[in-house]
Design a binder for this molecule. Structure first.
Ligand code: NDP
Ligand code: 7N6
Length: 308
């Protein structure tokens, strides 16, 4: 199949310096060019982008440089016969290490020590506050690239790892798998509940009042998936009322997190600015995916990570 041109939409700038990204395509067999909005495309064009744009539906193939493609209208892509691919498969270490950062800090108190360091304060925690993640149970909800990376890391640190997914495909390091309709059984004994599911109609509001009530009162929520997977108001209430202990959050219902969000003020909430996937080699990781799919597209093979 013909593919003459690779366009890089300027929205990639949200996460990658645009020139570094275009330069990463030096080796690819077709020319790569940076574009803005309002450009016209045809079936011989490929577009690599962060954000969706209506005009991309005239291209031959669109690559989303994120794993989560919930902002793209997959039905419209199907109807237009335009291939849409995403970037799952490259975020295991980056997002996985952030999830471990959150868990280790919530147990070993890195966030509290830094709070007090800012005040030049030799703060000593209450005797019963620190714990080890070793021997604690973690429930990983969603066991794809990121969930599996978290599960294997937690297993290596001596945690008891259980997980939730729709299929019964086993995952290394996970001792027990639960169906999504047994979510409460899966989370009720966990010290950490880690969210790594896509944002879909089924996963929206997955953790809300009932789930926080089912969880242990010393449990923490780690959300590295998408904000709407957690009912944020219910989360704040659960932490304030000591129904659960805390949270590590990379994603939020509204991003950037608004200045008046109560989450900012909670000692046992760690906030990162949706940078779980950040790494100084993101442009290279994405380019590898795109280059592989240019090759496949041109030889008529099935595209990797095709989602529409
Ligand atoms: P994958 O597609 O590899 O994994 C998603 C997993 O979720 C699948 O294994 C699937 O397993 C499971 N799943 C889907 N629906 C449900 C459900 N209703 N209940 C339980 N499990 C479900 O994606 P990634 O691991 O690459 O990424 C996951 C999500 O993380 C992305 O969609 C994105 O939103 C977010 N993300 C966030 C980043 C950040 O910067 N914080 C970076 C990258 C991704 P099964 O089919 O068996 O159910
Ligand atoms: C930065 C976005 C994703 O879905 O939201 C994340 O991949 C990361 C590229």
């Amino acid at each position: 199949t013909e593919l003459d041109q690779l366009y890089v939409h300027e929205s990639v700038e949200n996460v990658i310096p645009r020139d570094a990204f275009v330069d990463a395509f030096d080796e690819v067999s077709i020319p790569a060019e940076l574009v803005g909005d309002g450009r016209e495309y045809d079936a011989s064009d490929a577009v690599a982008t962060y954000a969706p744009r209506p005009e991309f539906l005239d291209a031959g193939w669109v690559h989303c440089i994120r794993a989560g493609y919930d902002e793209f209208d997959t039905d419209a892509y199907d109807a237009a016969g335009v291939a849409l691919t995403n970037s799952s498969g490259i975020h295991g270490s980056t997002v996985g290490e952030l999830a471990l950062t959150f868990m280790l800090s919530l147990a070993r108190l890195g966030h509290r020590y830094r709070d007090h360091q800012n005040e030049r304060n030799w703060w000593e925690p209450p005797y019963d506050r620190p714990f080890t993640i070793e021997n604690e149970r973690v429930c990983v909800v969603g066991l794809g690239t990121i969930g599996e990376a978290i599960a294997t890391r937690c297993d290596a640190l001596g945690m008891d790892v259980v997980g939730v997914r729709r299929s019964d495909e086993p995952v290394p390091g996970v001792s027990e798998l639960f169906d999504p309709d047994r979510l409460h059984d899966a989370i009720e004994n966990a010290r950490f509940v880690v969210l790594t599911v896509p944002h879909t109609p089924e996963t929206e509001g997955l953790l809300s009042d009932e789930e926080f009530a089912a969880m242990r009162d010393d449990a923490s929520v780690i959300n590295v998936a998408r904000g709407p997977v957690v009912d944020e108001e219910a989360l704040v209430a659960a932490i304030r009322n000591d129904r659960i202990a805390g949270a590590g959050l990379d994603v939020f219902e509204t991003e950037p997190l608004p200045d008046d969000s109560p989450l900012w003020d909670l000692d046992e909430v760690i906030i990162s600015p949706h940078k779980g996937s950040a790494t100084n080699r993101y442009h290279l990781d994405i380019a590898d995916l795109v280059v592989e799919n240019v090759r496949r597209y041109q030889s008529g093979d099935i595209l990797k990570n095709r989602v529409a």
